[in-house]
Design a protein around this ligand. Sequence first.
Ligand code: ADP
Ligand code: MG
Length: 673
Amino acid sequence: MNKEILSRRWCDFQDSLAHMLGINIAVIGPGGKLIALYNGLPFHYDYYHSPELTGLIEGYLIKLTRFSNRRGESKVVEDPLGILAVPVPLEGGLFLVLSGGLNKEKKLCRQFFLERLKEYGLPKAKEISARIRTISPAELQKKAGSVGTIYRLLNHALSKTKKLEEKTTLLAVIDEINKLTATLFGPRFFDLNRFLGFVVSSLIILCDADGGFAFCLSDTGGATVYRGTDKEGFLKGLENKWLTAVEQGKNPIKAIKQHISSGAKKGLGDFAIEKFCVKIKDFLICLGVVCSRSRYVKTVLSSFAQQSLIALEVFSLYALLRQQLGIILNSVRHGIIVINNRGNIMLVNRAVADILAGYGIALLPGKPLDGLGMCQAIKMAIHNAITAGEYTLQKKSVLGEGKNLRYISWDVTPLMRSDKIIGAILVIEDITESESLHTLKEDWERLTTASEVAAGIAHEIRNPLSTAGAAIQLLEKVSEAGRRKELLGKISTELKRMNNILTDFLNLSKPKSNLVLEQVDLLELIEEMEYLFQSEAYLHNVELIIKRPQSFPPVIGEIIGLKQVFLNIEKNAIEALMSKSVSEGRRLVISFDFDDNNACVSFEDNGPGISPEHLRIIQRPFFTTKKSGTGLGLSISASIIKRMGGELCFESYSGRGTKVSVLLPLGAKNDKK
Ligand code: ADP
Ligand code: MG
């Protein structure tokens, strides 16, 4: 075994095995001496850059081989760099040490690894660390089990003079190799070239051949591999023939058949080609060996060809599934972003790009979501999902501003495997349209409010109208210039007043355009609206008191929006007061207040008040206690005030009345609009 294991064929075989499994295989001689090392890990595992590390590793290998016992299960341990390794005892005092990657189950494994690399002065530490994979001890143990069995079976067969001529042993090895290749089909990547490389080097050993090849063609791609001694470039030529035929859309099997027979004609007759081609569905696979000395070549080839086909089929199904998944994900309206537990984006569907287009938020797989302009609340929710498994559902956020403004609704769900958090899923939905519908509803509500106040307005308009009418009648009779001027002045004032009332009425029913914030003098605004309040109050026998301060600072707001909010609040107060009899006294007090940052206008009624249970939900859309109420007034008012950067506050005690305050941010000092 000792000699055989260092032969060219075995080197090829072990190298392919290491690459296919993505592990390192170290062959250790008696006394812990490293005989050969095959690099299958995705970085150059060069321990010998640091003499200090070399000594450490050698000591470690001796210890490791002593540590494992011959019969029992080998234990998975960590090497001095923190990489998982498992010793596999062979016959003749030989050992294999398989190392597979960083311990998947250890939290700080990568950090530890990086520190060790730096400590031992290995160059390109960061690069190496980024490339190395993680593996669970159980996974490595499983791979080690298969590798150990293959080596033992091969050794057993080779130790006999007949060399692998025993069919049962041969089949046992093939079986074991098949099992090993089957372990590859997890959700991991599948590399056709590596797989075929392993198949060919196994074939060479099992058929006791000088060389071999595996050419494959499928709708998901193709590959060609040849290994072993290539006498007079025969295998290279074979590969060229295959590739040219594929390129030209010709039958590649026919092409290589010609090459084989022409080789024989050229006197290369001792090639003893045994080939095996199979075509199932979309797969065409052609395996062959050159100069085989085994009687069982056909058995081995057909068995490997079948196995390769199964592997390819699984691979293509898997590829198809991934592709379908992509199609499904891309066809949904919702944006879906999958983030791993390190906060890096793993998957982004097309809808995400549509939703985020134009916001300079580029979400690319592999990049961290952090720092990409995503709003803080989303980042926080993802952090909470990854670290604590928290769900954040049905949240709303705003992206951009002005015409570019979009409303999104989003959910963050932790992504679990078994009971481990492996990442998070962010689902976003563009709700700008439905939010626009909400705005429409606001307009509709404005109209109902308007129609209701129209009665009050009609009443209000009648007064100036009759005053003006009387003045006009008088004007016809009066001839004195001074008196006429006075009457004309009166008519003009009354007409102005009517104009104001109508303007307000029109303002109220006009659909709301985009909110324009400006400095607003609340005192002035309330004064302008006084006649509206008064007319409502008058109609309902409510005593209206406005407590005006001497001066009041300007606030930031929007006049039309504020008017709607004030009317809504007043209307609610009056409606509440209707439950009281006139004799009990219906009162509504409007007062003003401010501090360093905010100013507020309060509407306080002495109505029935709001119960604590209701107080919590009155701002919800459609919550109403009235027969013909819409339940939209307060929710709309609250959203209008919120957009101005303010807040609606309620204080209420059952039976004693309600105080609704409209809190608004203060405007710039000494800067009236
Ligand atoms: P609506 O007036 O159509 O019912 P709102 O959103 O304006 O809808 O008000 C929601 C609810 O809040 C009302 O139905 C009422 O129960 C309560 N509410 C609002 N203001 C007052 C108030 N000043 N006094 C008592 N209850 C009130
Ligand atoms: Mg209302």
